[in-house]
Ligand binder design. Structure first.
Ligand SMILES: Nc1nc2c(ncn2[C@@H]2O[C@H](COP(=O)(O)OP(=O)(O)OP(=O)(O)O)[C@@H](O)[C@H]2O)c(=O)[nH]1
Ligand SMILES: [Mg+2]
Ligand SMILES: [Zn+2]
Length: 294
């Protein structure tokens, strides 16, 4: 039998196969080989009538992410809030770069439009409108969710983004009623806040799987190497052969086509700031420090 891991908690994996969900254990050999089954994995399992079923094999992954830990994603829906919390463009650009690094399509979803000023909408549209599919929604009123639903239909889409931006709220509204009971999708903390603790996949129609993921506020350094980072910023790609130096990192080199594009307003300065910040961070890694003279 084949199925998809939709949740993993405390050593158990929940595998969706057909219309059924099976509680499974992983075979011991995975632990020995240090292979960790991930939510989103396609697996071969053996159904046991008495007790837990067993995951026998993990099929090759199309892709996998470390944070959030998910596999086999067609599309990353990066959710931010127009306000509460305020958009953090540095963090947003990191999510988008991560999608690019994994060659995964990204959709930018701006939630809490009931709290947005026209200025915020304009600004986000200006920076991202040409770069990514962009949808403005409101998880409270449901505005814009039809459009979002069309964008995710027929795909495996992971909703990711900072904590508190409304990922679970949006999912709660677009999933079929039987898939989700209010409050089930996230745990209530002592302070009455619902916070997603585990990645979980929900089914929204025949071929549509939506992943809810825990939010986070900081970000680990992208696994990308120094010379790979510009490929994670799609607006820089067409300029790659136009810099004077082949190994140009687009920071302060003479004859840099990227810097010219920033100065000419063809690349948005906030995107460029994210790029250069991220590059500096990659350079802080021990590997890049070793060869340097002090
Ligand atoms: N004003 C407003 N509040 C919203 C909207 N959508 C969600 N919220 C509220 O924002 C808070 C956080 O929503 P969640 O859906 O839990 O956010 P999340 O992104 O899943 O958060 P984590 O699970 O911690 O990553 C809740 O109090 C929601 O009621 C919206 O469109 N407008
Ligand atoms: Mg959540
Ligand atoms: Zn350059």
């Amino acid at each position: 039998m084949q199925g998809t891991i939709i949740k993993g908690i405390a050593g158990f994996y929940y595998v969706l196969s057909g219309d059924e969900v099976y509680q499974c254990k992983a075979r011991g050999k995975f632990k020995n080989q240090q292979i960790l089954p991930m939510v989103g994995d396609q697996v071969v399992m053996e159904k046991r009538e008495d007790g837990d079923s067993v995951i026998q094999e993990i099929l090759p992954r199309k892709n996998s992410f470390i944070r959030p830990p998910i596999a086999n994603v067609d599309c990353l829906v990066v959710v931010i809030a127009a306000a509460d919390p305020e958009p953090n463009l540095t963090l947003l650009d990191r999510f988008l770069a991560m999608a690019e690094y994994h060659q995964t399509q990204a959709i930018l979803c701006v939630n809490k439009m009931d709290l947005a000023t026209e200025e915020t909408r304009q600004q986000l549209y200006e920076i991202y409108g040409d770069l990514y599919p962009l949808v403005f929604v409101c998880g409270l009123t449901g505005n814009g969710l039809d459009e979002l639903q069309q964008m995710v239909a027929g795909k495996r889409c992971a909703f990711s983004g900072p904590s508190g931006v409304g990922k679970s709220t949006i999912l709660g509204r677009i999933l079929p009623r039987e898939q989700i009971e209010t409050g089930e999708i996230s745990e209530k903390t002592k302070r009455g806040k619902h916070t997603t603790r585990h990645v979980e996949i929900f089914r929204a129609g025949e071929n549509t799987l939506l992943y809810d993921t825990p939010g986070f506020t900081s970000f680990e350094v992208l696994e990308a190497e120094e010379d790979e980072l510009s490929q994670c910023y799609p607006e820089m790609l067409p300029l790659m052969n136009q810099c004077r130096y082949d190994n140009c990192r687009h920071l302060n080199e003479p004859g840099c086509a990227v810097i010219e594009a920033v100065e000419g307003g063809r690349i948005h300065s906030s995107r460029y700031r994210s790029y250069s910040g991220q590059l500096q961070e990659i350079r802080q890694r021990p590997r890049y420090q070793k060869g340097k003279k002090s």
